[in-house]
Design a protein around this ligand. Structure first.
Ligand code: PGA
Length: 250
């Protein structure tokens, strides 16, 4: 049985006070559900402070990025072992903003995926096509290409301890979500691709949908058979909205 996972990606938003307040409000509002894991991913600088607030709660902590190397002369970077020390369980890798704004290519994303697992973190591997790629009929090729790039380096078994997020680039932060059918179609193709290699891994892996998820559209997206949760950006910055999304999953 797959557990739903709702992950809040706070991106580069907020202040120390607002981060603490948001974490507190989410913790207070959570209803217990065995079927659901909930995670917030604050900016690095707020991780320790937020971790303190989450102690003894069921809200989990994740990071938005990770260095592909574990220690040494990598100015400005944060390693997996450091994230573990900050109580992180998950880390997002290959988010489209990292790929497009910071030139992260498939091979770097694959190295980050491996670095996360080596540090004992569960990577949330993001894949997704641009609007142009969708209009050119390349959606499946792009998404499966991004998956294959990591599979080739990390190996199939690594996907037994990973999460994937399908995030169409045209839906991120635009207010324009993929329809449940569009998302389902891509999720099914990711699962089928993994399933052609290993049925057990394919049936167990959690495939999240991300891209303008909000309380108003969460239920219809989350009821699709291959959507196992959401990666939520903007709507995770408001406790009430985020909790409503969690409720839709639980
Ligand atoms: P959004 O962001 O919910 O604001 O579209 C999603 C994401 O980037 O993970």
């Amino acid at each position: 049985m797959r557990k739903f996972l709702i992950a809040g990606n706070w991106k580069m938003n907020g202040t120390r006070d607002s981060a603490v307040q948001l974490a507190d409000e989410i913790v207070r509002g959570l209803e217990p559900s065995e079927q659901l894991e909930i995670l917030v991913c604050p900016p690095f600088i707020f991780l320790l402070e937020v971790a303190r607030r989450l102690k003894n709660s069921r809200l989990l902590l994740g990071a938005q990025d990770i260095c592909a190397d574990d220690n040494g002369a990598y100015t400005g970077e944060v390693s997996g072992s450091m994230l573990r020390e900050a109580e992180c369980r998950y880390v997002i890798v290959g988010h489209s903003e990292r790929r497009s704004l910071y030139a992260e290519n498939d091979s770097l994303v694959a190295r980050k995926f491996i670095a996360a697992q080596n540090a004992g973190l569960i990577p949330i591997l993001c894949v997704g096509e641009t609007l142009e790629q969708r209009q050119n009929g390349q959606t499946h090729a792009v998404v499966l290409g991004q998956l294959n790039a990591v599979l080739e380096v990390a190996g199939l078994q690594a996907f037994g301890h990973a999460v994937m997020a399908y995030e169409p680039v045209w839906a991120i932060g635009t207010g324009k979500n993929a329809t449940p059918e569009q998302a389902q179609e891509v999720h099914a193709s990711i699962r089928a691709s993994l399933g052609s290699r290993d049925a057990k891994i394919a049936s167990r892996i959690r495939l999240l949908y991300g891209g303008s998820v909000k309380a108003a559209n969460a239920a219809e997206l989350l009821k699709m058979p291959d959507i196992d949760g959401g990666l939520v950006g903007g709507a995770s910055l408001e406790a009430k909205e985020f909790l409503a999304i969690c409720k839709a999953a639980g």
